[in-house]
Write a protein that binds this ligand. Structure first.
Ligand code: ACO
Length: 334
C-alpha cells in the first residue's frame, strides 16, 4: 500500500504596506484614544495600503517571498488558494488577479471567503489536495485591504481601530519526512451568528446591490457586536485547540508554539490562560499590524520562521475565530 503523503509548509512569506497609521493618527479622525485601543485590543499601529492597490498586490509580494523560500517557481504550482474578506472585485475573485501576476498560465485558482478563519480553512483544503495526491505544490495566501471598508468617523470607531492591511503566504508540498508537516486541521461554522459581524453591501438581497440609500445607512461598513464575538471567541478557540490536541494524542505542554488569529491580544491571553500555558509560548504581532483577518496567522508564521524562533521538529498549534461565525485549529510539526 502507498503511504498517504503528509502536507508540509516548505516556504513562508508576508508583506505589509509601508504606510503606518498609529493610534494617535486615528485620534485625529474620530473620538478615540491610544489608551482605549491599547488597553482593549493591544494594538499600537497598523498599515494601510496606498490607494489603487488591492489585496492581490499585497499577496503577490508575500507569495514571491514564500515561493523563494520554498525554491518553487510560480509556473510549477498546481493550485493557488486565495483567502480574503476584502477582495479586489466583487467578482472574479482575487485568485484570478494573483494567478495572472505570478505568470501562472492556466494554473487553477480557488477563492476562499471564510474571514478571519480563511487561512486555516485554506490549509484544510490544501492538506486534502496534497494528502489525496491530487496536487503536489499548492500556494495558499491570505491577504486583506481592510482599510477600504472602514468607517473612520466616531460611529465606526469600535471596528475601524482594530483592522489593518497585510498579506501572508505559504507554499505546501508533500513532506519528504513522514514525521514533519500538517498533523491535523479542524474547521467549524455556526451560521446562526452571521449577523453579529458582517458587511452587508453590496448585497444581492437588495436591488440595486448598493445604492445612495444603503451607503447613507452605512451598510458597506462592518458592523460588529464586539462583546458577543469576544465571548464566543474565548470559548471556541480553546475548544478547537483541545480537539487538535486530542486528535494528536498531545497535551498543551507538548506544543512548542501557539499561533492564534490576531483579533485582540486579550482574546489570545484568555485562550493561553484556559490552556494553562505561559504567554511566552505564543507569538503576536497585532500591536504592529492590527487584525489582518485571513493574513494574520501566515504573517505571524513568517515572522517566527524568519526570526529563527521555530526549529525543525517544533510542534505548532494554530487557531482562529471570526465572522460567520467560523473557527478552526491546525497542528503541525515543523
Ligand atoms: N475608542 C474609544 N471608545 C470606544 C471605541 C474606540 N475606538 N470603540 C468603542 N468605544 C466605547 C463604546 O462606545 C463603549 O462606550 P459606552 O460604555 O459609553 O457605551 C465603550 O467604549 C465600551 O465598548 P465595548 O464595545 O463594550 O468594549 P469592549 O470592552 O467589549 O471592547 C472590542 C471592544 C475590542 C471590539 C472587543 O469587544 C473585541 O475584541 N471583540 C472581538 C473582536 C473579534 O474577535 N473579532 C473577530 C475577528 S474579526 C473577523 O472575523 C472579520
Amino acid at each position: 500500500m502507498v503511504a498517504t503523503p503528509r502536507a508540509r509548509i516548505v516556504g513562508t512569506g508576508m508583506y505589509v504596506p509601508p504606510e503606518v497609521t498609529t493610534n494617535y493618527d486615528l485620534e485625529k479622525l474620530m473620538e478615540t484614544s491610544d489608551e482605549w485601543i491599547r488597553q482593549r485590543s493591544g494594538i499600537v499601529e497598523r498599515r494601510y495600503a496606498a490607494a489603487g492597490l488591492g489585496p492581490s498586490d499585497l499577496a503577490l509580494e508575500a507569495s514571491k517571498a514564500a515561493l523563494d523560500m520554498a525554491g518553487v517557481k510560480s509556473t510549477d504550482l498546481d493550485m493557488i488558494i486565495f483567502a480574503t474578506l476584502s477582495p479586489d472585485y466583487y467578482f472574479p475573485g482575487s485568485g484570478a488577479f494573483l494567478q495572472d501576476y505570478l505568470g501562472c498560465g492556466t494554473t487553477p485558482a480557488l477563492d476562499i471567503r471564510n474571514q478571519c478563519s480563511g487561512f486555516l480553512y485554506g490549509l484544510n483544503v490544501a492538506q486534502a489536495f496534497i494528502t489525496s495526491g491530487l496536487y503536489k505544490r499548492v500556494l495558499l495566501v491570505g491577504a486583506e485591504c481592510h482599510s477600504r471598508a472602514l468607517d473612520f468617523s466616531t460611529p465606526g470607531r469600535d471596528v475601524s481601530v482594530l483592522f489593518g492591511d497585510g498579506a501572508g503566504a505559504v507554499v505546501l508540498a508533500p513532506s519528504d519526512d513522514p514525521k514533519r508537516g500538517i498533523l491535523s486541521t479542524h474547521v467549524y461554522a455556526e451560521g446562526a451568528h452571521r449577523d453579529l459581524l458582517k458587511i452587508e453591501a453590496p448585497s444581492t438581497r437588495q436591488s440595486p446591490m448598493i445604492s445612495p440609500a444603503s451607503i447613507a445607512e452605512g451598510t458597506h461598513y462592518p458592523k460588529m457586536e464586539g462583546r458577543q464575538v469576544f465571548k464566543h471567541a474565548v470559548t471556541r478557540m480553546p475548544e478547537a485547540v483541545a480537539t487538535a490536541l486530542k486528535h494528536n494524542g498531545m497535551t498543551p505542554d507538548d506544543v512548542d508554539l501557539y499561533l492564534f488569529h490576531q483579533a485582540n491580544l486579550r482574546i489570545n491571553e484568555a485562550v493561553m490562560k484556559q490552556l494553562e500555558q505561559p504567554l511566552a509560548k505564543t507569538y503576536n504581532n497585532i500591536e504592529r499590524y492590527g487584525n489582518c483577518s485571513a493574513a494574520s496567522i501566515p504573517m505571524c508564521l513568517d515572522e517566527v520562521v524568519r526570526s529563527g524562533r521555530v526549529k525543525a521538529g517544533d510542534q505548532i498549534c494554530m487557531a482562529s475565530f471570526g465572522a460567520g461565525f467560523m473557527w478552526a485549529s491546525a497542528m503541525m510539526r515543523w
